[in-house]
Every structure is written in structure tokens, then in C-alpha cells.
Ligand binder design. Structure first.
Ligand SMILES: NC(=O)C1=CN([C@@H]2O[C@H](COP(=O)(O)OP(=O)(O)OC[C@H]3O[C@@H](n4cnc5c(N)ncnc54)[C@H](O)[C@@H]3O)[C@@H](O)[C@H]2O)C=CC1
Ligand SMILES: [Mg+2]
Ligand SMILES: [Zn+2]
Length: 277
């Protein structure tokens, strides 16, 4: 969108200059100035570079990504996780880092052809990896996932995964499986994770979620029938909560929180929140 500081794009990594990010397994190198380093300087630091990608512009400057095989030490810098950078940083920087982590991870996972095992190469003019011996192209991977707030009037169905921060309850989520529509996925996941039936889900909006490569498709759905039965292993606890007495909720930058805040705003007649980028 116009006016945003981060603009993804395909730059020729054969050129010199510009700024660079160093990424390895959802972590970025950072110093007191942030995550961007003068690119030619960074490339002189004897880093274990697997591949290099021209990924776009930030404030008009060319941005490149160095994908590394390990988190090498650089004096005066430290490795910081993407989640921490999301919580601390501005939305434009997070969008840049989310994009970079997805491109870097995809390139790392496609260094060799899954069919014949030959080394793959970057295609010029397109974001793709190519196997010369069998002609296969691989494009960046996205995993469509649904996320849904199930409601019953003034009550919200919220659940806890054992992976969540202690005390936090959230909406239900899950990956779309081959052969199903997103709407079918919503009904299946709700049935599997809490054992209840819902009416046709209403699509609300989407969010790119680079942990590791989900495209979150957000819904509201009304409860129809069934008692809550948490899925063993996946759901530690699930309950109906009154909109007037809610537990600790997920971070405001997530679509999970947006789906909850939007429902509350509509129910209580408040102004509606903004969908996080
Ligand atoms: N932005 C947000 O507000 C939120 C985003 N999410 C994201 O939604 C996604 C799905 O949520 P979960 O409840 O974890 O999924 P889920 O309910 O489908 O269960 C996760 C399990 O699915 C399997 N799995 C992993 N990757 C997969 C893939 N690409 N395709 C199919 N199955 C896969 C694994 O066995 C994993 O343990 C995750 O990426 C999660 O980070 C979840 C909640 C909030
Ligand atoms: Mg789930
Ligand atoms: Zn091949």
C-alpha cells in the first residue's frame, strides 16, 4: 500500500550496496541501530551465508537478506527472535522481518530438489527456486490457516493451548487440510478441539503470520450445539466467558485479539478496532 515504509519487491542480489538483514531460524542479528546493517560491511564479517535475496525497500533504501546456516557472532551485535521483535518494533519493521523470515526459511528448505536431490538455484526475475535436472519450480510456501471466535450471545468460547503464556485464553485456530474449504476447516477444527457445532462462519479478515508461514483467515461463528470437550493434548482448557468477565487475552498485534475486540465493540456499541497488518 502507498505510504507504508516497507515495500516488498524483487531486487537483483548481483548488485552491490544497500542495507542487509541477517536471518537464521526466526532470529535476526541486531545492534543498537536495529536490524539493518550496511550490506557490504555485513558481508565482510565472515558469516556462514547460505543464500542472498533482494527483498524490497524500506524508507526507499534497497534491502537484502543474508540467510545464514548458523547464528554466527558479530561483535557488538546479538541475535533476537522474531516474536520479540514483533512485540517491540514498529509494524513496518515487523512486516519486513516477517517477509524476510518466510523468504529465508523457504530458500533454506529448498536448497536441494525434493524429487532428484540436485542443488536448486534461484530464478532471476521471479521469487522461485529451480531444479535444472528435472525442471521443477518451487515458490515461497504459505499455509492457509483459519482462526475463529465462537460466540453465544454475550459469551465467548475461548481456549488454552499448553503452549500459551500462563493464564491466557484465545480463539481456536488450525491449518486447512487438503480437500477442504476454509469454511469446512473452521467447522472441523471447532469440532475436534472443543466438540461443539457452529453455524456457517462469517469471514472477517486476514493476517499474514510468519510463525512459520501461515496466512490466517479470521472468522466469527455462532454456536449451535454441544457441550465443550477439550481435545486431549491440543487444548488444555476451554470455557464460555462472559464479555463482562474475560480472562487474559492474546497480544493486541494478533488477529486472535482483533476478532475478540471486534465482537466486543459490536456487542457493546463501541468503535471498531483496526485489523493489525
Ligand atoms: N495470528 C494469530 O492471532 C494466531 C495465529 N495462530 C497460528 O495458526 C496456525 C495454526 O494454529 P494451530 O492451532 O497451531 O494449528 P492446528 O490446530 O492445526 O495444530 C497444530 C498441529 O498441526 C500440525 N501442523 C503443523 N504445520 C502444519 C501445516 N503447515 N499444515 C498442516 N498441519 C500442520 C502439527 O502437528 C501441529 O502440531 C499456527 O501457525 C499458529 O501460529 C494461532 C493462533 C493465533
Ligand atoms: Mg489449533
Ligand atoms: Zn530435481
Amino acid at each position: 500500500m502507498a505510504g507504508e515504509r516497507w515495500q516488498p519487491g524483487l531486487l537483483d542480489a548481483g548488485r552491490t550496496g544497500g542495507w542487509a538483514l541477517a536471518h537464521c531460524r526466526q532470529q535476526f542479528l541486531a545492534d543498537g541501530n536495529g536490524v539493518l546493517f550496511p550490506r557490504e560491511w555485513l558481508k565482510r564479517q565472515e558469516l556462514p551465508i547460505l543464500s542472498e535475496h533482494g527483498i524490497g525497500h524500506f524508507d526507499g533504501d534497497e534491502i537484502y537478506l543474508l540467510e545464514l546456516s548458523s547464528t554466527a557472532d558479530v561483535p557488538g551485535s546479538a541475535w533476537v527472535g522474531l516474536r520479540q521483535l514483533m512485540m517491540q518494533g514498529d509494524p513496518d519493521t515487523f512486516r519486513m522481518l516477517g517477509f524476510a523470515t518466510q523468504i529465508g526459511t523457504w530458500a533454506d528448505h529448498h536448497r536441494f530438489c525434493g524429487s532428484c536431490g540436485a542443488r536448486m538455484s534461484q530464478v532471476s526475475g521471479e521469487r522461485a527456486m529451480y531444479c535444472q535436472s528435472c525442471g521443477v519450480h518451487h515458490y515461497p510456501r504459505l499455509s492457509p490457516s483459519m482462526i475463529v471466535l465462537v460466540t453465544r450471545g454475550d459469551e465467548l468460547l475461548l481456549a488454552r493451548s499448553p503452549r500459551f503464556v500462563s493464564g491466557v485464553y484465545s480463539t481456536l485456530a488450525g491449518f486447512v487440510e487438503p480437500g477442504e474449504s476454509v469454511e469446512q476447516c473452521v467447522a472441523r477444527e471447532v469440532r475436534e478441539e472443543v466438540g461443539v457445532e457452529i453455524a456457517t462462519p462469517q469471514y472477517i479478515g486476514s493476517q499474514n503470520w510468519p510463525f512459520p508461514h501461515s496466512l490466517m483467515l479470521g472468522f466469527h461463528a455462532e454456536y449451535v450445539s454441544g457441550d465443550i470437550v477439550p481435545q486431549p493434548g491440543e487444548i488444555e482448557d476451554a470455557q464460555w466467558f462472559s464479555i463482562h468477565d474475560l480472562p487474559p487475552l492474546p497480544a493486541s498485534k494478533s488477529i486472535a485479539r482483533y476478532l475478540i475486540d471486534l465482537y466486543l465493540a459490536r456487542r457493546l456499541g463501541h468503535s471498531e478496532p483496526v485489523l493489525p497488518g
